[in-house]
Every structure is written in structure tokens, then in C-alpha cells.
Design a protein around this ligand. Structure first.
Ligand code: PMP
Length: 394
């Protein structure tokens, strides 16, 4: 039967995370696996009011086909927010509304990647990006990330091997590792790509979720004309509406627009209108501050619990924001093997393996702190500590 399906789908890895989520349905299991935003912060009543408002304001026009670029007032709001929060001058014409930023990844693959062309990929990197680009059968050129950002020796090594068409980066509170690129690292990466026939994708769904540290400069500023910015309403407003956007230079935008039309004509006009109305009538900064407070507290609770319950040979990242942190086990202990033991202890996480494009077994894992309160984090980390000690024979 396999030969019936296209070659392009055969190479795409399945989402191991979806398999884990099935295990995590058991209410006695504590899950640090799902990378979901906390449902407690979905602005349900405000969205209900916004929906009522748009019915009254737009009537039947709400249900009509719309333009492929996206709802202009929403694009104007996004442009204004870039100006206000980051000092970036971006015109609404450079913004395309997408069905989640995930679709932005697919559209970039469609427009830029021929089979076998190079994609610089963070290792570990966002599984959804690995999946989206895999469809176009590129050659992944992996570059490790550490607490500073991309490991420059590895970047240099890859650039000496070939010319990537596309470079993928999540410079703020990376999924999965929770790290952020330093200013110096961003400058060094930008300098290496400057002038090359390579588009850098700056995927920034977590940028607003900062609970410590200071913001660094955007690649969009450091590498103008070569950077595509991806943004999303998933983490700060609502993921289920599937609303994201991309910012691209004019020539690339023309092609992305064609790809968007070919894919789904346009993003849901109805949900764009609702979110725009919500943004007009509510204080989004206050809403984001509430989320950031909770995630910051939960992240600190997780780090403190790990200090108490994990063997000191276990290392982990200290995020300044976002929803994830990244653990490295000692002595090449397999995270997949630990997973089995952890399920017995009634706690789950995502083993690192799916976040790498190579087929090796890794001793790293991702923990998400967004959906678990501090008291549950304490219990879950204690259980995970026990599982690790058991695996280490301690
Ligand atoms: N990029 C990254 C780094 C993500 O973590 C996610 C969501 N998990 C996405 C993109 C996709 O987000 P969206 O809901 O906007 O499609």
C-alpha cells in the first residue's frame, strides 16, 4: 500500500507528541508533554462579546469570501503593534494573514524549496517546522543551539558544505529548548547569511511571553530584505481560530500570495473579524501580562523543584519566557527509555528524539510548564526525579 502514497509524504515524520497526548488523557498522570497554551487564559467572554459586535457591525458580509492577503484592519493592527513594541516599520501590505503560523511554514516551503535544497535547521528544532519542510524533501543542514543561540562553529561548518535556501530560527524562548539567542549571536548569524541567496525565517510565536531578561534585536532588523517574520495569535489570544501572519519582502510576498490562493484562497474572514474586534475593545497588554505572570511563576516552580529532586548531574535550560524548558540527562541515558519508566511513575514529557532530523537516540527531553500549577509541578518533578534516579541506579 505504501507505494500508493506520494514520495513526498513518506519522508514526513509522524508527530510523536500526538501519541503521548493519548497516554496523558489518564487523569492520574501528570503531563509536562503537551505544548498547549493554558486554556484558563482564553478570553472566552470577551470573544463572545466581540462575536456579537461583528454580527451587528458587518451583517452578512461576515460570511462572504474575502481577499487572500487578509482583513486589512487586522493587518494594520499588527503593523502598528510591531511599531509600538519593537520599533519596526512594517507596512500592512507586507503582511499576509495565514491559517496559523504553521501555514506560513508550509507556504515558504512551497515557494522556496526544490527537492534536495538545503534548509538550515536548529537542532533541536520545532517539530512542526521539521514536518512542514519535510513535505518538500529538502536536505536538512542541522545546527545545534545552546544557551547563546546557534552554535557558530556548526553554522560555519554547514555553510562551508553548501548554500541553504532557507534558514529556520526561533530566536525567542525556542520550542523545544526554551533558549533565546543573545544579541551577539543574532548579529553573528545575520552577518554569516548577509548577501547569500538565503531566506531566514524568524518564527516568533512566543516573543510576547517574556517573564525575565531584556529583549534582543530582531533578525528582521539585522538582516533586512532577507528575513521573513512569522507571528501568531495562538499563544496570547486563541489557538483554535488558527490565526497567524507572515511579514515578507515584496517579491517573495507576490509568490507567497499565489501559494496562499492555491492552498485555501484565504484565512477565515469570520475569525479575523472577531479577533480584530477583540483587540479593539480589550487591553491585550494587560491580558498578556496575566499570562506572563502565571507562566513565569510556573517556570520558576519547575526549576526550583528540579533543583530539589533531580540528581545534580542532570542539566536544564533556564528560560526567560515561553512555555518550555529542556533537560539533558547524564551519561547518554536514553530519554525514550526514561519515558517508559516515567509513565510507570505517572508523569510524562516529550523525549528529545522527534526534535532532531537525524535518527539517533538522544538523552534530552522537553518539559512544558504552561498548563500545570505549581503544586502539581512539585509532585510531577518529584516523580520524574525518582524515575531518573532509578534509571541511573541511584
Ligand atoms: N512555530 C512554533 C515555534 C510553535 O511552537 C508553534 C506552535 N506550537 C507554531 C509555530 C505554530 O503555531 P500556530 O498555532 O500559529 O500555527
Amino acid at each position: 500500500m505504501d507505494s500508493f502514497f506520494s514520495d513526498r509524504i513518506s519522508d514526513v515524520p509522524r508527530s510523536f507528541i500526538r501519541e503521548i497526548l493519548k497516554v496523558a488523557i489518564d487523569p492520574t498522570i501528570i503531563s509536562f508533554a503537551g505544548g498547549l497554551p493554558n486554556r484558563q487564559f482564553f478570553p472566552a467572554e470577551e470573544l463572545q462579546r466581540a462575536t456579537q459586535q461583528v454580527f451587528e457591525r458587518y451583517g452578512r458580509d461576515l460570511f462572504q469570501y474575502s481577499n487572500s492577503e487578509g482583513f486589512l484592519p487586522l493587518r494594520q493592527w499588527i503593523a502598528e503593534r510591531y511599531r509600538k513594541t519593537q520599533g519596526l516599520e512594517i507596512s500592512p501590505e507586507s503582511i499576509l494573514i495565514t491559517s496559523g503560523s504553521q501555514q506560513g511554514l508550509d507556504l515558504l516551503g512551497k515557494v522556496l524549496l526544490n527537492e534536495g535544497e538545503g534548509v538550515l535547521m536548529e537542532a533541536p528544532g520545532y517539530l512542526g517546522a521539521i514536518q512542514a519542510f519535510s513535505i518538500y524533501r529538502p536536505e536538512f543542514m542541522n545546527v545545534a543551539v545552546d544557551e547563546q543561540g546557534m552554535v557558530l562553529e556548526e553554522l560555519d561548518h554547514q555553510l562551508a558544505r553548501g548554500n541553504p535556501k532557507l534558514a529556520y530560527s526561533v530566536p525567542n524562548f525556542q520550542n523545544p529548548a526554551g533558549i533565546s539567542y543573545s544579541d551577539a549571536n543574532r548579529e553573528a548569524v545575520a552577518q554569516r547569511l548577509r548577501g547569500k541567496r538565503c531566506v531566514l525565517v524568524e518564527d516568533n510565536p512566543y516573543g510576547d511571553l517574556r517573564f525575565s531578561g531584556t529583549p534582543a534585536r530582531s533578525f528582521y532588523e539585522l538582516l533586512p530584505g532577507q528575513t521573513v517574520l512569522l507571528g501568531s495569535f495562538s499563544k496570547c489570544v486563541i489557538p483554535g481560530f488558527r490565526l497567524g501572519w507572515l511579514v515578507a519582502p515584496e517579491a517573495l510576498m507576490q509568490k507567497l500570495l499565489v501559494a496562499k490562493q492555491a492552498t485555501d484562497l484565504h484565512t477565515s474572514h469570520f475569525t479575523q473579524c472577531i479577533v480584530h474586534q477583540y483587540l479593539m475593545d480589550n487591553d491585550i497588554d494587560a491580558h498578556i501580562a496575566t499570562i506572563v505572570d502565571a507562566y513565569g511563576d510556573q517556570c520558576r516552580a519547575m526549576m526550583e523543584a528540579m533543583d530539589r529532586h533531580f540528581p545534580s548531574s542532570v542539566r536544564y535550560t533556564r528560560p526567560d519566557g515561553g512555555m518550555f524548558l529542556w533537560v539533558t540527562l547524564p551519561g547518554k541515558l536514553s530519554a525514550m527509555a526514561l519515558f517508559e519508566e516515567a509513565v510507570k511513575q505517572q508523569v510524562v514529557f516529550v523525549p528529545g528524539d522527534p526534535f532532531y532530523t537525524d535518527q539517533q537516540s538522544h538523552s534530552t527531553l522537553r518539559l512544558s510548564f504552561s498548563c500545570v500549577d505549581a503544586a502539581t509541578i512539585e509532585v510531577g518533578i518529584e516523580r520524574l526525579g525518582l524515575a531518573i534516579k532509578k534509571m541511573l541506579g541511584e
